[in-house]
Design a protein around this ligand. Structure first.
Ligand code: 3YE
Length: 206
């Protein structure tokens, strides 16, 4: 089963794209639970409407990152989760959590990594005068936005772009790149090697 760790900030549109992909008969993925660190967000509603189980693990109720991550870990174990997609999830995960789930955690970032790491990637691209940016799906390493790259889609920066118009264009690319990357991992087309680099399997389905 595939699991999705969702958060506030965004409206859950990446989650929606992943749910639609997983519903296809050709998909290797099944979304078994959606976890949010923010109660009441639209992503939880979207999951419930699709008949997917939801859990809220509110980071504000935990005294430390370790306790928060360990609670998420327990939910993932409860649901026998094999792959975790961070879709709008904005918390930095602890080293021990990342090590335990190494090769099973996917994150999406709104730039062509390794350019424009961190928050406000779209603003960084505009300020740098980049003419092309995009999105990246990567395996999560302890260092934020530094893990091995699974999929990328380039997006042009247009002359009159604002942070909002550029973000909208990148988000559309995310809705293609994230389901594609999930399918690659769930279908065995790609995995994380012991050296932290991606290993491609040309014989995988899909
Ligand atoms: N954790 C590790 N490595 C990664 N989490 C994400 C990706 C990723 C990861 O590659 N170890 C910015 C987080 C950046 C930040 O400072 N967040 C705050 C909370 C802000 C909030 O709640 O809105 C914090 O204290 O964690 C997922 C994407 C992380 C984005």
């Amino acid at each position: 089963g595939i699991h999705l760790l969702y958060c506030v900030c965004v409206s859950g549109t990446n989650l929606q794209a992943l749910m639609e992909q997983a519903k296809r008969t050709s998909s290797s993925a099944e979304i078994v639970v959606v976890i949010s660190n923010q109660p009441g967000v639209l992503g939880l509603k979207r999951a419930s409407l699709s008949g997917i189980q939801t859990r809220v693990v509110d980071h504000k109720l935990y005294g430390s990152r370790a306790e928060f991550d360990s609670t998420i870990d327990h939910v993932l174990e409860e649901f026998d989760v094999e792959v975790v997609c961070l879709a709008g999830f904005m918390r930095i995960l602890t080293g021990s959590f990342v090590r335990k789930w190494n090769g099973k955690l996917l994150n999406i970032h709104p730039s062509l990594l390794p350019s424009f790491k961190g928050v406000n990637a779209q603003k960084q691209a505009l300020q740098a005068g980049a003419r092309v940016t995009g999105c990246t799906v990567h395996f999560v390493a302890e260092e934020v936005d530094a893990g091995a790259i699974i999929a990328q889609e380039a997006v042009p920066v247009l002359m009159n772009d604002t942070e909002e118009s550029l973000s909208d264009r990148i988000r559309e690319a995310e809705h293609r790149a994230f389901p594609a990357a999930l399918e690659l991992v769930a279908g065995g087309g790609v995995r994380l090697g012991d050296d932290g680099r991606v290993i491609w399997n040309p014989n995988a389905q899909g």
